[in-house]
Design a protein around this ligand. Structure first.
Ligand code: TYM
Length: 343
C-alpha cells in the first residue's frame, strides 16, 4: 500500500531542468537567479541540473576554457547545497542525445525567429569576429536541454525569459508537426515572485561573468577581493531633496543590499537616503561586510570539495548515468514519432 502511494507521489512530481554555462566561476547573479531555486526545488521535484559546456563553445571554444571551469561549477553546485542523491547533476556533453534532439529541433526552427532573439543580437555586437551558427541556434540547443527530459519548470533568471518562450514555441511546433501531444510547455520559474535580475557593481546592467572587471561578486571570492570590488561600486553625488527617486546606479546598490543584508540594515540606509543624510562610503562598507558573511559558507565548502577529486568524479558519473537514461528514452520515442526506422 505504502509503495503504491509512493509510486503515485513520484509520478505526480514535476520535472525540472536548468543549467549554467561554465564560462567562469558562479556569481551572486547565478545564485539568486538560478542556484537558490535549484536547491529549493530538489526535494519536491524530479530535478536535472547540468553544466552547459556545449553552450559555452559558442563563446569559449578551446579546451583551456572548459577544463577546470566545468569542475569548478560542479563543485560550486555541491558547495551551494545541491545533493546528488536528490537531483541529477550532470555535464551536458556527457549526454550527446541532447545534440541529436538539437538537430531535430533545428530542422523546424526558422532563421527569422532565431535572428530576432535578443541574446543573439547582443552576442553579435560583443563578438563581431565570431558570429557562428552555434550562437544563432543557441535557443534550439537550450530547448533540447529542457525537453530532452520533458521538463515543465525551468528555474532561471530574467535574462532567460525569451529563451523559454522560444522553447515553448519549438515544443508546440514539434507536437503540431507530428500531430502528437508529446512535449510539455515548460515555464520559467522563480520561487515566490517574478524572475530576478541581480545588478552588477559597475552601474549599469546585470551582474555577469563577462560584464567587465569588478562587476561581479563570485561565491568563491576572498573577503579582500569582495571588499575592493564593493568599495569601487559606482555611485553618484547623493540625493539633494528628501524622498528623491533613486537613480539606477543607486537602486542597484540597494537591490544588492536587499539580497544579502538584514531588513534593518536595508531600512536604515533607505531612511538615510530619503533624508539626504546618506554616506555611500558607509553603505558600501556595510554591504561588503554582509557580502563577505553571506559568501563565507560557500567559500569554505568550495575549497574543501575542490581537493576531493574522487568524490567529484563519482558525482559526475552518477549524474551522467541517470541523465542518459532519461534522454535515451526521449530520443527513442522522438525517432519513432519522426518516422525513423531501424532495419
Ligand atoms: P548563464 O550561464 O548565463 O546563467 C546561468 C543562470 O544564472 C542566471 N543569471 C542571473 N540571474 C539573475 N541576475 C543575474 N545578474 C544573472 N546572471 C545570470 C541566468 O538567468 C541563468 O538562469 N542559457 C543559459 C544556460 C542554459 C540553460 C539551459 C538554462 C543552457 N541550457 C536550459 C536553463 C535551461 C545561460 O547562459 O545561463
Amino acid at each position: 500500500m505504502l509503495l503504491v502511494f509512493l509510486y503515485h507521489i513520484l509520478k505526480l512530481m514535476e520535472t525540472v531542468v536548468s543549467g549554467i554555462r561554465p564560462t567562469g566561476n558562479l556569481h551572486l547573479g547565478n545564485y539568486f537567479g538560478a542556484l537558490k531555486n535549484f536547491i529549493n526545488m530538489q526535494n519536491e521535484h524530479h530535478c536535472y541540473f547540468f553544466i552547459a559546456d556545449y553552450h559555452s563553445l559558442t563563446t569559449h571554444p578551446t579546451p583551456q576554457d572548459l577544463h577546470g571551469n566545468v569542475k569548478q561549477v560542479l563543485v560550486e553546485y555541491l558547495a551551494a547545497g545541491l545533493d546528488p542523491e536528490k537531483a541529477t547533476l550532470y555535464i551536458q556533453s556527457d549526454v550527446p542525445e541532447t545534440a541529436e534532439l538539437y538537430l531535430f529541433l533545428n530542422m523546424n526552427a526558422y532563421i527569422g525567429e532565431l535572428e530576432r532573439c535578443t541574446s543573439f543580437k547582443d552576442k553579435i555586437r560583443q563578438q563581431p569576429q565570431n558570429v557562428n551558427a552555434g550562437l544563432l541556434t543557441y535557443p534550439t540547443l537550450m530547448a533540447a536541454d529542457i525537453i530532452i527530459h520533458r521538463a515543465t519548470k525551468v528555474p532561471v533568471g530574467k535574462d532567460q525569459e525569451q529563451h523559454l518562450e522560444m522553447t515553448r514555441q519549438f515544443s508546440n511546433r514539434f507536437n503540431r508537426m507530428y500531430n502528437v501531444e508529446y512535449f510539455p510547455e515548460p515555464q520559467a520559474f522563480n520561487f515566490g515572485q517574478n524572475l530576478v535580475k541581480i545588478p552588477g557593481l559597475n552601474g549599469t546592467g546585470k551582474m555577469g561573468k563577462s560584464e567587465g572587471e569588478g562587476n561581479a561578486i563570485f561565491l568563491a571570492d576572498e573577503p579582500e577581493a569582495i571588499r575592493k570590488k564593493v568599495m569601487k561600486a559606482v555611485t553618484d553625488g547623493g540625493p539633494t531633496v528628501p524622498n528623491q527617486e533613486k537613480p539606477e546606479v543607486i537602486q542597484n546598490i540597494f537591490q544588492l543590499m536587499s539580497v544579502v543584508s538584514s531588513k534593518e540594515t536595508y531600512d536604515y540606509f533607505d531612511e538615510m537616503y530619503n533624508t539626504c543624510q546618506i554616506r555611500y562610503g558607509d553603505m558600501k562598507k556595510q554591504l561588503a561586510v554582509d557580502m563577505i558573511q553571506f559568501t563565507e559558507p560557500f567559500r569554505e565548502k568550495i575549497k574543501e570539495l575542490l581537493s576531493d577529486e574522487a568524490y567529484i568524479s563519482k558525482v559526475a558519473r552518477m549524474g551522467k548515468e541517470k541523465a542518459q537514461e532519461s534522454a535515451a528514452k526521449t530520443i527513442r520515442e522522438v525517432r519513432e514519432i519522426i518516422g525513423f526506422k531501424s532495419f
